[in-house]
Design a protein around this ligand. Structure first.
Ligand code: ATP
Ligand code: MG
Length: 585
């Protein structure tokens, strides 16, 4: 039993000015965290209790799934990262530990970096320590601090520069075994989120710079989430928008019939899809080809989409570049011969086609057939452009953003879209890292093979806040039982009264005996203030003991998530509360 007067929960009436979302406001108002600086937070005593509990539940579920806990350094030699496959892409987000470099003037050649995750540390370790198929499978995990120089830290713990993550890494003999490890972890995640008391849904995800072959994200549905989930209620299909596909383009779509010859026409001052859709041209956006210029590992390439479609940049990862960015107007003109707004990919119109690493077309342009595009000459466009006949396409892919309302790729029903908070991620990595670090094992025939890996992350601190986002009301947090900082709050309205103290003690001991964590609000102060604090911090079960009630022979018992207050005879209070605790645990 802990006494509030001896503990420290600095609650606030007002929200901090930089808090935009409910969970961030409540975290600070309930005294769970304090900000040091952008994206850097102190976990105050009550906040730390929640974080410890979530970590412990995570530990139990991973141990149950056969994973093995360890602890790796968080300062990494840059050398490890340079040897790995994603130095170019990941260095932007890494704090460099030996110089006070910032994003504008990064230290180009740091000796150390602060770890954003640990593939570059655990893979060489496994390579050195695992020699034989007899040592496999293994899955190592840790629950520890991660560092990422996020461009825009925001929403409190949601996107922080320093945060707590569970990261795990599985090592297997082959792909089939790796899939088994993947599904074990998926099940462990499901058990973990269920026990924590948060609804998190597994959705198909993009593999990004991790370059794996298979991946799921766990999403907490919430308006304030940074991710879009595209889903179908009919088939159960669910994917991050970065990865989502739709049934918009039939697989067997035929080439449009040839019409008239390509014809150039003047479009002075017209540099947008929207302008070409208006008088006097009136070319519907979905009949225009949109030509975008990107640079992949310093080589320019083109992406062609329908005029009414948006590029989903994450999908460019399919092209295999390690770093991709939009080209600048200065880079574009010398290659294509025109400024953005008059660009196209019709054969013979590109000024320096040999400088391009490729011309990649989105499948949906097949819906256009004959269309209109830029002439690579400022102020001119081309019409009657036929895909097969006229466009210099070198590769096809799915590059467009899927929109709600398009047909589900599995069943054809309209897709829906909603925001989500990514709280966890699982990847099947394959042998990419093992090959970089020459991490191999020997099979029973003395043949050497690369270790087949999976990697897994749960944002422990982000999950803590996602729970609040999902579970609060206008008065404060409503903690799920399993992770509340204390499950039972005993509010003593007359702390100087001996009988009140005695009853509080008896109830507290009874609740603790059946496993609850108990906090006694023994502070001097008005009842209104104490009730407000109780609701704000969000303890699941409140027992109120006051002089007036004791005179009537009762104490009051109330669940945080219910309105009703039960009056319980003093003599039955301890056993009544113990029963409630047992039913909730
Ligand atoms: P995001 O897309 O939100 O930037 P990520 O895909 O980069 O996240 P992973 O590398 O997959 O994240 O990390 C595993 C988990 O760590 C994420 O699912 C998320 O819950 C958590 N996480 C990642 N970045 C942050 C951050 N800046 N602050 C708090 N938690 C984070
Ligand atoms: Mg992720």
């Amino acid at each position: 039993m802990k006494y509030w007067s001896e503990f420290f929960i600095p609650t606030l009436k007002e929200s901090p000015a930089d808090a935009e979302i409910a969970s961030h406001k409540l975290l600070v108002r309930a005294g769970l965290v304090r900000k040091l600086s952008g994206g850097l937070y102190t976990y105050m005593p009550a906040g730390l209790r929640v974080m410890r509990t979530i970590s412990e539940i995570c530990r139990e579920e991973l141990d149950r799934a056969g994973a093995i806990e360890m602890w790796m350094p968080h300062v990494h030699p840059a050398e490890n990262w340079k040897k790995g496959p994603r130095w170019a892409a990941a260095r932007e987000i890494m704090f460099r530990a030996d110089h006070a470099g910032d994003r504008q003037k990064p230290s180009e050649d740091p000796e150390f970096v602060l770890g954003p995750t640990h593939e570059e540390v655990v893979t060489p370790l496994a390579g050195a320590e695992i020699n034989s198929y007899r040592d496999l499978p293994k899955n190592f995990y840790q629950i520890a601090t991660k560092f990422r120089n996020e461009i825009r830290p925001r929403y409190g713990l949601m996107r922080a520069r320093e945060f707590v993550m569970m990261d795990a890494y599985s090592f297997d003999v082959d792909d089939d075994a790796s899939v088994v490890a993947y599904h074990k972890m998926k099940a462990a995640y499901e058990a973990f989120f269920k026990r924590v008391g948060v609804l998190a849904i597994a959705v198909e995800a993009d593999t990004g710079v991790m370059g794996g072959s298979y991946s799921h994200e766990f999403m907490v549905p919430a308006e304030v989430g940074d991710d879009d989930v595209i889903y179908c209620e009919e088939s159960g299909y669910a994917a991050n928008r970065e990865k989502a596909t739709s049934g918009l383009v039939p697989a067997d779509i035929a080439d449009a019939a040839l019409e008239a010859e390509v014809e150039k026409f003047a479009t002075p001052g017209v540099t947008t899809i929207a302008a070409l859709a208006k008088e006097p041209y009136i070319v519907a956006a979905d009949q225009q080809f949109k030509t975008l210029v990107y640079v992949g590992d310093e080589k320019p390439f083109l992406v062609i989409l329908r005029g009414n479609d948006d590029l989903e940049e994450a999908k460019l990862s399919a092209l295999g570049f390690s770093v991709v960015r939009p080209a600048t107007p200065e880079e574009i003109e010398p290659i294509l011969g025109a400024k953005p707004g008059s660009l196209g990919a019709v054969k013979g119109t590109i000024k320096s086609p040999d400088q391009l690493a490729g011309i990649f077309a989105d499948h949906a342009i097949k819906l256009i057939g004959n269309g209109t595009t830029g002439a690579n000459e400022d102020g001119y466009h081309l019409r009657h452009v036929n895909i097969g006949r006229d466009l210099a396409i070198t590769g096809w892919g799915d590059f467009r953003t899927v929109k709600a309302g398009e047909p589900c790729p599995q069943c054809g029903q309209p897709l829906k879209s909603r925001r989500g908070i990514e709280v966890g991620h699982i990847f099947k990595l394959g042998t990419k890292y093992a090959e970089c670090f020459e991490a191999t094992y020997m099979d029973d025939q003395k043949q050497t093979h690369p270790l087949v890996m999976g990697c897994y992350g749960i944002g422990i601190s982000r999950t803590l806040q996602a729970v609040i986002e999902q579970s609060h009301d206008q008065n404060g947090i409503v903690w799920p039982w399993a992770i509340a900082p204390y499950q039972v709050l005993i509010t003593v309205l007359d702390p100087d009264m001996a009988e009140a103290k005695e009853v509080a003690n008896a109830v507290g001991v009874a609740a603790e005996l059946v496993g609850a964590d108990v906090l006694v609000d023994d502070r001097d102060g008005r009842p209104g203030v104490k009730f407000k604090d109780a609701d704000l911090v969000g303890f699941p079960l409140r027992v109120t003991i006051g002089g007036r009630g004791l005179k009537e022979g009762i104490v009051e018992v109330k669940w945080r998530h219910e309105e009703t207050v039960a009056k319980v005879p003093v003599a039955e209070a301890a056993s009544h509360v113990a029963n409630l605790v047992e039913s909730a645990s």
